[in-house]
Design a protein around this ligand. Sequence first.
Ligand code: 3PG
Length: 202
Amino acid sequence: MLDISPVIPVAVIDDAGTAVPVARALVAGGVAVIEVTLRTPAALDAIRRIADEVPGISVGVGTVTTPAQLEEAASAGASFVVSPGCTPRLLDAMTASGLPCLPGAATVSEMLTLLEHGFTELKFFPATAAGGLAYLRSVAAPLPGLRFCPTGGLTPETAPDYLALPNVACVGGSWLTPADAIAAGDWTTIRSLAARAAALTP
Ligand code: 3PG
């Protein structure tokens, strides 16, 4: 699923009423994917609305930490699942869901555990704090079967450096959907940020 876009926008939606215009602005800018994080009470409703009303986008759920959350998000229409880390129960739920999943890992042992469970596309989180570019570069040789979506602390300025790494397929970031732009209904800004992100090359 990492080939869907060079950047996966990580969105925090406080008001479900903003979900559809945010998603439409991303699509208008050329980004056909959105990860809605389960960090607000509005998140599941936001996923439901985007899935129902924005046909041109793949809407996924992020910040999934329990099997119950995964199930709720899948019922709301999430078409992919992202977690910040992994537990045995969460991994079993991911496998059972049949959905494309991006489990999170920050250490080599976690990465190996995920590989053992059959996951070869991982979120590297929190990317900047956990070692950033140098860390990903260092794991490329010992873990050649893994491709990463680094997320956490990336910016439009640092994203190209990550995308240039051979084991990075795409990056994640919240910068495409700034809280102030959403609150102000400034869809033009989100559209321009998306257009800039869509032009990055993986
Ligand atoms: C995530 O959940 O993936 C991160 O919180 C997003 O990180 P960022 O806000 O630093 O882009």
